[in-house]
Design a binder for this molecule. Structure first.
Ligand code: G3I
Length: 386
């Protein structure tokens, strides 16, 4: 029975499904994203304050209709909640959590320890000199205890450490690393667990389909596990471009991470349709390039051929995610619609990108229908088999 169902399931996943002009045709009410994948994994989105303060009504309706998990795009980062040593500002973060609770969302806090969007005061003495290891550890503990403690039992999971792996080799030599040393990572997880023993704790990073980054991430998790420090999952940010992902590499990352007996999730999924200005593609936030017309080809509409290519790219990823649905706990898109996406301003400011499932008018794109129909096809096959 089991083998038969797998074969049938895989045939749906691999054989029958390719994107050819997927527009919603059937008369029955189409499932939403969260409904199509409800027995498989959470479907989330990153929110900014305009989404949680109700100022974008149509987008907020879309969020509540389509998604069952939310993550804070910016309002929980150190520079936002802890702008100076003795000042915390939780107004936006409180609003975000209240919004999530009101709509029964799986709420993810992002992020406690990162090399970007963290104020300099963390690393300096009053006279501007670099602070000591002990002082920075105390500041990290106080920050994590205060932020995680405030939302104890309300935030379900935290991206504890973000982007600690270097693009070339080993761990990133951030100020956290330089001042505290490599053990800043385990200390961050330890403090987060002490602050809320029931919250899930994740390590989050980009380009984890690249072999050296995958190996470094496995090493990092194994180190934490060896010291019996709680780590519940690994977040693959998944900031991709058209035809950038080699599916075998993507699949290998999911299998190698899940072999560590931790959850695997896509935490910041988007697929840019725009040319990347250099060969070396990385999601390193500090990259910036000059605008050239050839780097911004779709300022009006997205040609059908690119819509289809984007849809096929998303379907290829979701086929793998469905194959490992028992290992994958969540797929979060880094933004609600194309208007909102950070890809419009990175790595070149002021471009018109189309990386998500909903266009600038919150209208579902071909990629949306393709993912829904893949989920439906798998559900129906299961029903037939079971
Ligand atoms: O809040 C200020 C506002 O006061 C000011 O008027 C405005 C004008 O410059 O800037 C606003 O800050 C911006 C902030 O987003 C909030 O909107 C920063 O300039 C801008 O750089 C920042 O961009 C965020 C970026 O992280 C910063 O690193 C993006 O929205 C956010 O999507 C992006 O998210 C990161 C993840 O956290 C980690 N992984 C990569 C991902 C993309 O870089």
């Amino acid at each position: 029975m089991k083998t038969y169902s797998c074969v049938l399931l895989l045939s749906v996943l691999y054989g029958l499904f390719s994107c050819t002009n997927q527009t919603s045709s059937s008369s029955k009410t189409p499932l939403t994203l969260k409904e199509a994948y409800k027995d498989k994994f959470l479907i989330g989105t990153a929110l900014n304050t305009d989404h949680t303060n109700g100022s974008e009504k149509s987008t907020t309706l879309l969020i509540e209709e389509q998604f069952n998990s939310i993550v804070a795009e910016n309002c929980m980062k150190p520079e936002e909640v802890h702008p100076s040593e003795n000042i915390y500002d939780f107004r936006k973060a409180d609003q975000f959590v209240e919004y999530g609770e009101k709509h029964n969302m799986f709420i993810v806090g992002h992020t406690l320890i990162w090399h970007s969007q963290v104020p300099d005061w963390f690393f300096e003495n009053e006279d501007g000199t670099t602070c000591s290891r002990e002082r920075l550890i105390e500041r990290m503990r106080e920050h994590i205890y205060t932020v995680v403690g405030r939302y104890k039992g309300r935030i379900h999971a935290w991206d504890v450490v973000n982007e600690a792996i270097d693009d070339l080799e080993g761990l990133r030599k951030s100020k956290w690393y330089q001042i505290i040393g490599e053990d800043y990572i385990e200390l961050a997880f330890q403090f987060a667990h002490e602050a809320d023993p029931n919250a899930e704790l994740y390590y989050n990073d980009y380009s984890l389909i690249l072999s050296h980054r995958r190996e470094e991430a496995v090493k990092l998790i194994k180190k934490l596990q060896k010291k019996e420090i709680r780590v519940d999952g690994i977040g693959m940010q998944a900031h991709y471009g058209l035809d950038y992902v080699k599916i075998p590499d993507f699949e290998r990352s999911i299998t190698e991470f899940s072999a560590l007996n931790i959850k695997v999730m896509l935490t910041e999924l988007d697929i840019s349709v725009l040319p990347f200005p250099t060969e070396k593609i990385s999601a390193e936030i500090s990259q910036k390039y000059e605008m050239l017309p050839e780097f911004n080809p779709y300022t009006d509409t997205l040609p059908d051929s690119i819509q289809q290519q984007l849809a096929q790219n998303y379907v290829d990823l979701f086929k793998v995610l469905l194959k490992y649905e028992d290992k994958v706990s969540r797929v979060t898109f880094w933004g609600v619609n194309d208007e909102h996406s950070w890809r419009n301003d990175w790595p070149i400011e002021g471009r018109t990108d189309h990386p998500l499932l909903f266009d600038r008018n919150n209208q579902p794109k071909e990629a949306y229908y393709s993912i829904i129909e893949l989920g439906e096809a798998v559900n129906n096959t299961k029903k037939q088999v079971l």
